[in-house]
Design a protein around this ligand. Sequence first.
Ligand SMILES: [Zn+2]
Ligand SMILES: [Zn+2]
Length: 265
Amino acid sequence: MLIDTHTHYNFEGLKENWRSHWQIAQSRGVTHAIQIGTNMESSEEVVQLAQEEKGFFATVGVHPHDIADLDLKRLKMLAMKPKVVAIGEIGLDYFRLDRNDPQTTIIKEQQIAGFKAQLELANELNLPLSLHVRDDQNEAYQDLINILAATPPKNNFVLHCVSGPDFYIDAMIKNNAWFGFDGNATYKNADLIRQILKKVPSNRVVIETDAPFLPPMPHRGKTCEPWMLTLTADYIEENFEISREQLFANSRQLFPLFDPYLLES
Ligand SMILES: [Zn+2]
Ligand SMILES: [Zn+2]
């Protein structure tokens, strides 16, 4: 049993054939997949997908790149739909922002405000969080630490596709985060990600495809297909001695709303 804790079957490259992708993934042992919202429209789509398919669950939220799209009232309605297990993906993404451009300050402020509003919504609705944090400098990581200190999440949270400096990983271990690892952990130049994998507690590790992005080796450069989760699971089992059973148990603990459906099946 494997659960894909972060995937986008509604994205270009997968949505055309999502049923056959799901069938293939299931035949390889992927039993559940959490479809992640990134803006208002895709949040509606993933809620719909979760209705259609027994093994699918959803998160709803607005990604930092789409933050202008945030409609809190509508998001709250979506968040209360069945099989929505978290708010996400939400967070901060300053990657490749030009720090000398005055516009950048405004972009960062908008991302922070939109993120805080969604974090508060998650606390209000008692939902976990799926966080997206990315930067080529330390800034977004430090901002996230500050925001979580000011507004602590009431429920579990996962750093999806985790990366970042040591001080950040240490702070997040202290904050009891879960850590999401993707196909890119298998890349030759991914020493930083492997160091993080080694450092974080093994009962806080979950895996994800982020499909259609980040295919594991030897498929780098192609579309990431949902079945490829099994390659990332193999890699982590072999190199980090974290079993599939442990990965599944970790995901289950991360998203408690998932449990009643498991008991049903
Ligand atoms: Zn992301
Ligand atoms: Zn994603």
